[in-house]
Design a protein around this ligand. Structure first.
Ligand code: NDP
Length: 290
C-alpha cells in the first residue's frame, strides 16, 4: 500500500527548542551566569568546520558565549590535553566540545577522558556513558537525544515497539539503542557483520539508520507504516548531501520519516545547546550551595 509519510521536521522542532533555551539563557544571565561553550577544533577538516560554524551560530542565537579554539593540524596530543585541562579549570566555561574526528596522531579516547564529566556536553566521557547505561544522567549524547526528541515530540510511542538500530558506534548506535531500551522498546542493534540485515529491518516498527552509507536503506527493506530515522550525512563530491535512507522509496511506505538535511542534524545542535544550558544551570545550583 502506498502512503505518504509524515515528515519529522527537525528544523522546525529545533527552532522551537532553541526559542525555549533562549529564555532559559536569559534567566540564567539575570542570576549572574552567562552560559559559555568552549569549542575546540584541530586541523582543517572541512566537514568539521561546517559543524563548528553551525554550533557557533546556534550559540549566538540563544545567548550562549562560544569560545573557539582553532588549533593547527600538527598540534600535539599533549598540547590539546593542556588546553582541555585549562578549560576544565576555568569556572566560566560550562561546556567543552572537542570536534571529532581528531587528526590521526592524537588519541581521541585520551582527549575524551580528559574532559571533566561536568563539562562534557557531548556526553562521550566514560562516566557519562556509564550514567546513561543505568538511566541516571545529566547529559545525553546529542545525536541520540535528538533522535529520541524527534520521536517523542511527534507523538510516536516506543513502548513495546520493535526498534532496529543500524550502526553500533559509541556516539550514535550504542547510546540510541540504550535510550530506546529505556523507553521500553525491544531493541536490535545491527552492524557490518549482521546476517540477513534486510530481514531484520523488515520487522522493525522503528528503524534508526546510523551507518554512513548513502541511501543503503531502501523502501523494499522496511515494513509498511514503519518510523524511519535517518542519521546519516553522506557528502559526495559534486552531489547533494544524502542520508543512509533512500528517502523517495521509504517515504512511500513509512508512517513517518526524517529528511536529510533538516531532520536529525539540526536537532543534534539543539541538544548540544540544551546540554550547555543544563551545565550552566547545574553550576549555578552548586554555587548557591557553597
Ligand atoms: P561509524 O562509522 O562510527 O559507525 C558506522 C556503523 O555502521 C558501524 O557500527 C558499522 O559496523 C556499521 N555499518 C557499516 N557498514 C554497514 C553495513 N553494510 N551494514 C550494516 N552496518 C554497517 O559512524 P557514526 O555512528 O559516527 O555515524 C553514522 C552516520 O551518521 C554517518 O553518516 C555520520 O556522518 C552520521 N552522523 C550524523 C550526525 C548528525 O548530527 N546527524 C551525528 C553523528 C553522525 P561495524 O561496527 O561492524 O564496523
Amino acid at each position: 500500500m502506498e502512503i505518504t509519510a509524515i515528515i519529522l521536521d527537525g528544523k522546525a522542532l529545533s527552532q522551537k527548542i532553541k526559542n525555549d533555551l533562549k529564555q532559559q539563557a536569559q534567566s540564567l544571565k539575570e542570576k549572574g551566569v552567562v552560559p559559555r561553550l568552549a569549542v575546540v577544533i584541530v586541523g582543517n577538516d572541512s566537514a568539521s568546520r561546517i559543524y563548528v560554524n553551525a554550533k557557533k551560530k546556534a550559540c549566538e542565537e540563544i545567548g550562549i558565549i562560544s569560545e573557539e579554539y582553532a588549533l593547527a593540524e600538527n598540534t600535539t596530543e599533549q598540547q590539546l590535553l593542556e588546553l582541555v585541562e585549562k578549560l576544565n579549570n576555568n569556572e566560566e566555561v560550562n561546556g567543552i566540545l572537542v570536534q571529532l574526528p581528531l587528526p590521526g596522531h592524537i588519541n581521541e579516547n585520551a582527549v575524551i577522558n580528559a574532559i571533566s564529566p561536568d563539562k562534557d556536553v557531548d556526553a562521550f566521557h566514560p562516566v557519562n556513558v556509564g550514567k546513561i547505561m543505568i538511566g541516571n544522567y545529566d547529559f545525553l549524547p546529542c545525536t541520540p537525544a535528538a533522535i529520541m526528541e524527534l520521536i517523542s515530540q511527534s507523538g510516536i510511542d516506543t513502548e513495546g515497539k520493535e526498534c532496529v538500530v543500524i550502526g553500533r558506534s559509541n556516539i550514535v548506535g550504542k547510546p540510541v539503542a540504550m535510550l530506546l531500551l529505556h523507553s521500553h522498546g525491544t531493541v536490535t542493534i545491527c552492524h557490518s557483520r549482521t546476517k540477513n540485515l534486510a530481514q531484520v529491518i523488515k520487522r522493525a516498527d522503528i528503524v534508526v539508520a546510523a551507518v554512513g552509507r548513502a541511501e543503503m536503506i531502501t523502501g523494499d527493506m522496511i515494513k509498511d507504516g514503519a518510523v524511519v530515522i535517518d542519521v546519516g550525512i553522506n557528502r559526495q563530491e559534486g552531489k547533494k548531501i544524502v542520508g543512509d535512507v533512500h528517502f523517495e522509496s521509504c517515504e512511500k511506505k513509512a508512517y513517518a520519516i526524517t529528511p536529510v538535511p533538516g531532520g536529525v542534524g539540526p536537532m543534534t545542535i539543539a541538544m548540544l545547546m540544551k546540554n550547555t544550558i543544563k551545565s550552566a544551570d547545574i553550576s549555578l545550583k552548586k554555587r548557591k550551595k557553597i
